[in-house]
Design a protein around this ligand. Sequence first.
Ligand code: CO8
Length: 258
Amino acid sequence: MAYQTLIVEIEDNVALIRLNRPEALNALNSVLLGELADALKSADGNDKVRCVVITGSEKAFAAGADIKEMSSKTYVEMFGTNFFGTEPDSIGRTRKPIIAAVAGYALGGGCELAMMCDFIICADNAKFGQPEINLGIIAGIGGTQRLTRFVGKSKAMDMHLTGRFMDAAEAERSGLVSRVVPLAQLMPEAMAAAQKIAAKSQISVMAAKECVDRAYETTLNEGVLFERRLFHSMFATEDQKEGMAAFLEKREPQFRDK
Ligand code: CO8
């Protein structure tokens, strides 16, 4: 399907979704968020897709929600239409793994979108921030909650209250991103990571994703129990037999998602 604000390519079992509003540094407007939710839903339902990468341009992953679109809205319009309430939830419901490949600015809603992905690989020119405070507003799609879980209270408060940006080195040091690579290596690195994930058993990939996500939603004991139940359930799959047999026979496993 052709989108106005996205370019989607599927190659080697990876769906690459590129945010494409260069005139506005990929600012997230309602068309883009709607299209992104749609693209993720179709990737989730497409047997050829085993992992998703979301990226932007070299200058901007996304510079936030679209300020032009929001500037004249009233409270009644925002609340009444649940503005930006539905699409982010549908992004969060995607069961296949999603990697954010971030170069340049990931600000406001852009930083929040990156944090909604399963992990972030960034280029050395990346800049993360929650500068909504400079506009007389606050984060609206999870930034106060997710950034705090990623980097802790002190840094999250600093970012949200001062609106300062965090560079790639600080983002890696703080646990916001999993890896930093030179800009030219960003897409090769992200695609290689996605292809590595795509080669695993999708059953165990989705189970691992559910378990890690559960860590943010429950107590340690409940999370460990949840993990153990899913761990036991892996032994009902053919892929567990194949994975362990391949190890013992010193060969590469051939997973069949069964
Ligand atoms: N919305 C709309 N247009 C934008 C945005 C944006 N967030 N960011 C940049 N643009 C536009 C500029 O207006 C400009 O357009 P034009 O050429 O027509 O004037 C074009 O992109 C290029 O931008 P700049 O000329 O400003 O480029 P610079 O390199 O000088 O500066 C910056 C880059 C620092 C990124 C700067 O553009 C900037 O500060 N942008 C705004 C960042 C920001 O405040 N983001 C937070 C927005 S609010 C938000 O995200 C709320 C989240 C809650 C809901 C989330 C729902 C998704």
